[in-house]
Design a binder for this molecule. Structure first.
Ligand SMILES: C[S@@+](CC[C@H](N)C(=O)[O-])C[C@H]1O[C@@H](n2cnc3c(N)ncnc32)[C@H](O)[C@@H]1O
Length: 262
């Protein structure tokens, strides 16, 4: 596999996420707060830092249409729970890609828990725009709450197309504002990058779930400061206070894209 070309911005993003993943790995408080906010929709074993709930896992299983023994790619995999859970459920192998080397180390250490042999769980440094994976490598791909951090959406979708085998699908989480259309509709984004939009499924419960998550972060400020340190707590509280108000207007979606057959 090729060495991925991380830009300076991606390297800086990696350092920010290194600090976040390292701090969250030292304590159970963040997972506990996600669990309280999601209730019985929270898949605790996955321990995602994202919108991943049972409904999203179900959407990914149904929409990927993968066969046993195939290869799943998880881009922006974080600590790997989503890709590892899916690989076990689908009897697949997983390759996770992320800009955070700390997250990748934590992900690799979790493979055994999910019963995956070492050769079936590979976690490597790379970005949405430059995964370092060979062309036509993936029988399926997921990207949960990582799209949007990259500077160039078109480049990320072109990379997803390159990595998918013809006929294979990618499931991505995304969102938009009801009031302000910042990006073209998904049908257009897909078409421009040589992909087919298979499905765009709204997740109407998700903005309210994030409102509960953010409220719980604000309510537990003292514990977050004590267990994660001031820098991480400040970053979470800033996210809660800046993104929280925009949730009223947010439409959350799971998007399924397919690379056409040759
Ligand atoms: C919100 S976390 C979600 C992690 C994981 N998908 C999950 O559901 O738990 C976002 C992850 O995406 C990674 N990330 C952000 N921008 C990225 C990019 N441009 N390329 C690759 N990974 C990226 C971060 O390092 C972080 O681990």
């Amino acid at each position: 596999m090729a060495d991925p070309q991380l830009t300076v911005v991606e390297q800086q993003l990696g350092a920010v996420y290194d600090a976040m993943h390292a701090a969250r790995a030292r304590t159970t408080i963040v997972g506990g707060l996600y669990g309280q906010a999601m209730g019985d929709l929270y898949p605790a074993e996955v321990a995602a830092s994202s919108s991943t709930d049972w409904a999203l896992l179900g959407t990914m299983v149904a929409n990927l249409r993968m066969q046993p023994g195939q290869c799943l790619v998880d881009v922006g995999c974080g600590t790997g729970g989503v890709g590892l859970w899916l690989a076990r459920a689908l009897a697949a192998c997983v390759t996770g890609v992320d800009v955070s080397s700390t997250a990748l180390g934590l992900a690799a250490a979790r493979a055994r828990h999910f019963g995956l042999p070492a050769e079936c769980a590979d976690f490597r440094l790379g970005s949405l725009g430059s995964t370092g994976l060979p062309a036509r490598y993936a029988d399926g791909l997921v990207c949960v709450d990582a799209l949007g951090h990259e500077k160039d959406r078109r480049k990320a979708l072109e990379e997803i197309r390159r990595v998918l085998k013809p006929g294979a699908r990618a499931v991505l989480t995304s969102g938009r504002s009801q009031a302000r259309q910042a990006l073209p509709p998904w049908s257009e984004q897909a078409q421009r990058t040589g992909l087919i939009l298979d499905a765009e499924e709204e997740r109407p419960h998700e903005p309210a779930m994030w409102q509960r998550v953010y409220r719980s972060w604000v309510e537990h400020e003292a514990e977050l400061r004590e267990q994660l340190g001031h820098a991480q707590a400040d970053s979470m509280l800033t996210e809660a206070r800046t993104r929280g108000p925009a949730l009223r207007d947010r439409v959350a979606v799971a998007v399924t894209l397919r690379r056409p057959e040759d």
